[in-house]
Design a binder for this molecule. Structure first.
Ligand SMILES: Nc1ncnc2c1ncn2[C@@H]1O[C@H](COP(=O)(O)OP(=O)(O)OP(=O)(O)O)[C@@H](O)[C@H]1O
Ligand SMILES: [Mg+2]
Length: 133
């Protein structure tokens, strides 16, 4: 597997979330993802970006395009916020520590092909979401 292109964009504020949506749409379209798959990956990215801003206190998104043999898009969200103490609980539909519906994290996981969370309390959270074409 080879990384064909990579870029990092800020995820600090609500306007940045709009920027994430726009850029993930562009990159997934360029990779030849179907319109339905573009929407899935943009929706997942939007939820993860919003969590990065609201709970993580802001962070960044690293976008990589992958090839050889499979074409894919890998999104790595990183923050240095409080971390997630109980990941199973956080992934459960309806669980929220804020004012959301508690659907974002589990929803994002279901919209991509591979989903990995690395989180340490007091250090931060890294979420790697990959969608293969
Ligand atoms: N980057 C993060 N840092 C710390 N905690 C997080 C992070 N992302 C998610 N969480 C925790 O996981 C919980 C569940 O996240 P999820 O996105 O499913 O729900 P929500 O953001 O509360 O509501 P919704 O996404 O439906 O608006 C959050 O309420 C929060 O406690
Ligand atoms: Mg959320």
């Amino acid at each position: 597997m080879a990384v064909v292109s990579a870029e990092t964009i800020p995820v600090q504020s609500e306007p940045d979330v709009v920027g994430v949506r726009r850029r993930v749409r562009e990159v997934s379209a360029k990779l030849g993802f179907s319109l339905v798959d573009q929407t899935k990956v943009v929706t997942a990215a939007s939820e993860l970006a919003r969590n990065t801003v609201i709970y993580g206190g802001g962070g960044s998104l690293h976008i990589e395009t992958l090839n050889g043999p499979r074409v894919g898009l890998r999104l790595t969200f990183e923050d240095k916020g409080p971390g997630i103490p109980d990941l199973d609980l956080a992934l459960r539909d309806g669980f929220t520590t804020g004012s959301g519906l508690g659907l974002g994290l589990g929803g994002a996981k279901r919209l991509v092909s591979e989903f990995e969370v690395r989180s340490r309390v007091g250090e931060g959270t890294t979420i790697i979401a990959t969608r293969w074409k």
